[in-house]
Design a protein around this ligand. Structure first.
Ligand code: ZN
Length: 262
């Protein structure tokens, strides 16, 4: 790692990037193409955001060959990481960048959704801000449409701006087939088998609204976007009816404290 900067041999044109990409904790990053990095247009505005911008750029593109002391080298190294991250946010919304990130997404490099009902849905990295040093990277689940903190502390410290607020949404617009079907399944709070009254009432109200929305969409001949249209609904209902009927005895025991939902 110490001698990469002095090595300007053309055989090692992506030496710094190779090292960066393969470093532990940098798994979320893809390799930015040489021609993208060397096109000044793509770097517009970054010279004011990154200290030692020119040195950092030289380092990233493997043309840095100045003798500097350790302290200076460390500062340039930090700037190079910052520069790479900010260019990365721009690169991953290009056709080439999207394709590279899509491959990583398919392989599950960014991890899986911790929500049980999402059934190990693969996640995508994202930022809550596009401005550097505002917040750390989060992971987006397209199934539950929620965001999570990365599990590992070495990913938790990555700047969210290195991925940006739009990339994960653009990816699904460009590759719509990767978008998981919406599911109607969700966790129902129960106490000894009985649905907790307040949440059950809220769920029923939400389900009614959803059914109304689906009816409106069907009238317009539009896809509702939910998986297992309606079939799932009936199954769930009949299952619950049977269950409730079979527990009348317990029902009496808890009378006044809990209201099982019919
Ligand atoms: Zn999820």
């Amino acid at each position: 790692m110490d001698d990469y900067a002095s090595d300007t041999d053309s055989d090692y044109t992506s030496y710094w990037r190779d090292w960066f990409i393969s470093s532990r904790g940098n798994e979320y990053f893809c390799e930015i193409d040489e021609d993208y990095l060397t096109d000044r247009f793509n770097l517009t505005g970054l010279n004011t955001e990154v200290h030692y911008y020119q040195y950092a750029l030289d380092l990233v593109t493997d043309v840095f060959d100045m003798e500097v002391d350790d302290n200076m080298r460390e500062q340039i190294e930090n700037s190079a990481r910052q520069l790479y991250g900010l260019v990365h946010a721009r690169y991953i919304v290009t056709t080439r960048g999207l394709a590279k990130m899509m491959e990583k997404y398919k392989q599950g490099v960014f991890g899986k959704c911790p929500r049980v009902i999402c059934e190990s849905q693969h996640l995508l990295p994202m930022g809550q801000h596009d401005i550097a040093k505002s917040s750390n990277v989060k992971l987006y689940c397209a199934r539950c449409e929620d965001i999570y903190n990365p599990k590992s502390s070495r990913h938790n410290t990555i700047d969210g701006a290195f991925f940006g607020t739009s990339f994960h949404n653009i990816l699904f617009q460009v590759y719509p087939t990767l978008l998981p079907k919406k599911t109607q399944r969700r966790y129902e709070p129960r106490i000894y088998g009985f649905r907790v009254h307040a949440s059950a009432a809220l769920m029923r109200w939400q389900e009614e609204r959803r059914e109304e929305m689906k009816d409106r969409l069907r009238i317009q001949n539009m896809e509702t976007g939910f998986e297992d249209e309606d079939e799932g609904d009936d199954d769930i209902e009949s299952e619950e009816d049977e269950e409730d009927e079979g527990r009348d005895g317990i029902d009496d025991m808890f009378e006044g404290r809990m209201q099982p939902v019919q």
